[in-house]
Design a protein around this ligand. Structure first.
Ligand code: NAD
Length: 387
């Protein structure tokens, strides 16, 4: 692994409090390579629970804040205040918190979706650009090393001309109305908190972003989408959706987004079909990439091996054969966020311009895709030009 160590970036968190689904992996990933140092937080919608949690994490009690506004105001008064903040709260709060962070001069790592509308995303992008600040999005699966291998294989022409992109993120955990018991699912099926979609934004945008990493040359020309609420109480939000897409070079794609794929654990798969060969990656076997040349036996490429392209070996921590997982993938992304922020602090190592990470444009594109899918679905599943 390339060395990244400079002075750690002073870092805070909004949300991700005790019992939240995603807070722990943010801390684990950010702290893994000493790129970030957790010095402040407003971890919880309940101020007292948030304060106690921060203290348990080892923070100075005075820097475990009751809410994000107080944290940003107080931290910017300090000489050693936070330089970056991660936002791990329900979707409806992302825009306001991200905007406030940028206005306080903070770099941001924001949970997806970045916000609810393209107009909001463009406002955040303009603000980040004007202030020279980094915004990273946690499309964490994209940090798996075999995604870099897939990107390099496409770039080097191993697949030939790309024809078909077959994507899915279809798990079965919400096949029944689990939200009646589970608060973490309850807000996801309520448009006030989740925004204009459930599974399109919650799961579909993950393989969408992976496809953007592997196939940066493909641009969506038009799409059609249908969405359903198989658990009826979730309407108008969907728990299943199918999207067809055409790219401007004639290639086609489909994305199946679902939380009701009964029996499926995660079901995130990316298959890219070219004129010479295909590749397939599955997030439940993230250390392997299937490479299938027409007329030859299937090859399973393994993470950490010398035969991979150099780009796929940059983040190797332990060598081939040892399974790495989602926590390492997230740590790889946080390391890249750190490199980008360090670049901004004038501490960039060589090669910073080569860095591939989900930034503000990935956030914007995720919001744009959901907006187009919803527009198509709500018009009856018609083709719409991609806007
Ligand atoms: P959750 O309901 O489990 O936890 C939310 C946390 O945020 C809680 O600790 C809550 O107290 C806190 N919170 C809520 N409002 C707050 C506020 N105004 N200020 C401070 N804290 C506040 O939710 P979750 O499942 O952890 O999801 C959080 C976000 O992470 C969502 O946007 C979700 O889409 C995203 N997420 C992303 C991934 C991924 O793979 N990148 C996976 C799961 C969740």
């Amino acid at each position: 692994m390339a060395a990244t160590k400079k002075s750690p970036i002073r870092w805070g968190m909004v949300g991700g409090g005790r019992g939240s689904q995603i807070g722990y992996i943010h801390r684990s990933a950010a702290l893994r390579d000493d790129t970030f140092e957790l010095v402040a937080g407003a971890f919880d919608i309940d101020p007292e629970r948030g304060r106690a949690f921060g203290v348990d994490l080892g923070l100075d009690e005075a820097r475990s804040y009751p809410d994000y506004r107080t944290m940003f105001a107080e931290e910017t008064k300090r000489g050693d205040g936070i330089e970056a903040v991660s936002i791990a709260t329900p979707n409806n709060t992302h825009f306001a918190i991200c905007k406030a962070a940028l206005e306080h001069g903070l770099h941001v790592v924001c949970e997806k979706p970045l916000c609810f509308t393209v107009a909001e995303a463009e406002e955040l992008k303009a603000l980040a650009q004007a202030r020279g600040l980094i915004v990273g999005l946690t499309y964490g699966y994209a940090g798996h090393q075999m995604i870099e291998q897939a990107r390099a294989m496409v770039k080097n022409g191993d697949l030939g001309e790309i024809r078909i992109v077959n994507l899915q993120f279809a798990h079965g955990f919400h096949s029944a109305a689990v939200e009646e018991q589970n608060p973490s699912t309850r807000w996801r099926v309520d448009p006030k908190f989740a925004g204009p979609s459930y599974v399109l934004g919650d799961v579909g945008t993950h393989p969408l972003y992976i496809s953007e990493v592997i196939l940066p040359h493909l641009k969506i020309k038009r799409l059609m989408c249908v969405r359903q609420s198989f658990v009826r109480s979730r309407a108008p939000l969907e728990d299943n959706a199918v999207t067809l897409m055409e790219y401007d070079n004639g290639a086609i794609a489909n994305i199946w987004s679902s939380a009701v794929n009964a029996g499926s654990m995660h079901g995130q798969k990316v298959r890219i079909v070219g004129s010479k060969a295909s590749i397939e990656w599955w997030d439940e076997r993230p250390n392997q990439l299937s490479y299938e040349i027409q007329g030859e036996p299937v090859r399973i490429l393994e993470r950490g091996m010398d035969y991979l392209y150099p780009e796929a070996r940059i983040d190797d921590r332990i060598g081939g054969g040892h399974p790495e997982g989602l926590f390492e993938a997230w740590a790889n992304l946080y390391r890249r966020f750190g490199l980008a922020i360090n670049g901004n602090r004038g501490l960039a190592p060589e090669g910073i311009e080569e860095l591939v990470f989900p930034g503000i444009d990935a956030g914007l594109e995720g919001v744009r895709w959901v907006e187009n899918c919803v527009r198509s679905a709500d018009a009856g599943g018609v083709w719409v030009d991609y806007q």
